[in-house]
Ligand binder design. Structure first.
Ligand code: FES
Length: 324
């Protein structure tokens, strides 16, 4: 986990190339406005785009140019866009300056599994494609499954066709082939095998269901939106947070988040999604038991109770001690 609320450096970037990959997916290349080399981005990493309309959105880095001069991202215009993806797809043009921060990786690929099953649904191809490229290059054992609604609506098929993935990719179009058999893609649990899935929430939920007999920590996923809660969170109650570096104690009221309570005391925490999805607001947790409400951490990480995402998570104990 790369970010513990150290303020992230923002890069003054410029859009150097755009094209439409499908009617609603835009391909964008960004470079540093001063021509500097961009930080490395491992498969699964995303960058934040600080849009001129005031929105901040996160997009997976498909590729960083070999010379470090540019990032490639692809953005789907969401039907329910609140402005972010609509702005990027409809209005972001070559030559436009934009602030970028990151890369950060909440969906990092471990290349050393005995076997890896990759599943991308729709725009979820953006983090999965670099993973497949990396595993192919490293000669690892993996499968690469790409589920799209139809050939014309599925992005980056040309990139796959022109790469070593051409003979490995299993591409499934629902309008030609019907609903995908997720259990068939995953198979039975087997030692050393891990699954990485990215796409719409219903695909991730479907994979989690199809893999219900797999050890939970072998299924890795990245969501674009917060899932509906499956359990009713405990009744909101107030609790205390202690800032270990100063000893200051702050009360978090029942109707406010830890982040809001911190901001009232002028402790700034970087945030982007404020829904427990993006991983920006991670803070090390030194003592106390958190009620983790984020979807960034695995169940094992939540049980370790060493990091808290302060935009959504709360406390089960009377006090939490934060490394702030
Ligand atoms: S701001 Fe995104 S996880 Fe908290």
């Amino acid at each position: 986990m790369s970010n513990f609320n150290e303020p992230m450096g923002r890069i003054d970037a410029i859009v150097i190339e755009t094209s439409m990959l499908t009617t609603d997916i835009k391909d964008i290349r960004l470079a540093a406005a001063d021509g500097a080399m961009l930080p490395p981005a491992n498969p699964g990493a995303h960058i934040d785009l600080w849009l001129p309309d005031g929105n901040v959105r996160q997009y997976s880095v498909i590729e960083r140019a070999a010379d470090g001069s540019a990032y490639r991202i692809a953005v789907l215009r969401e039907a329910s866009s609140r402005g972010g993806s609509a702005y990027v797809v409809d209005r972001l043009c070559v030559g436009e300056r934009i602030h970028v921060s990151g890369p950060r990786n909440n969906f990092a690929l471990n290349e050393n599994h005995d076997e890896t099953v990759l599943i991308a649904g729709g725009i979820g191809i953006t983090p999965i494609l670099p993973m497949a490229m990396r595993l192919a290059k490293a000669g690892r054992r993996f499968s690469f499954n790409y589920l799209g609604r139809g050939r014309q609506r599925t992005a980056l098929l040309d990139v796959i066709d022109a790469s070593a993935l051409k003979d490995i990719a299993r591409i499934h179009f629902s309008d030609e082939h019907g609903e995908a058999d997720l259990r068939g893609l995953i198979g039975a649990p087997r030692p050393g095998a891990h699954v990485y899935v990215c796409g719409p929430g219903r695909l991730i939920d479907g994979v989690l269901e199809a893999a219900s007999d797999w050890p939970r920590d072998t299924i890795h996923f990245e969501r674009f939106t917060a899932p509906a809660p499956v359990t009713t969170p405990s009744e909101p109650a107030s609790f205390e947070i202690e800032l270990a570096r100063s000893g200051k104690v702050i009360t978090v009221k029942a109707d406010q988040s830890i982040m809001q309570a911190l901001r009232q005391e002028c402790v700034r925490i970087d945030s982007v999604c404020r829904e427990g999805i993006c991983g920006t607001c991670a803070v090390p947790l030194l003592a106390g038991e958190a009620e983790h409400r984020d979807v960034v951490q695995t169940d094992t990480e939540k049980n370790q109770n060493t990091v808290i995402y302060v935009c959504v998570s709360r406390a089960r104990s009377a006090r939490l001690v934060l490394d702030l």
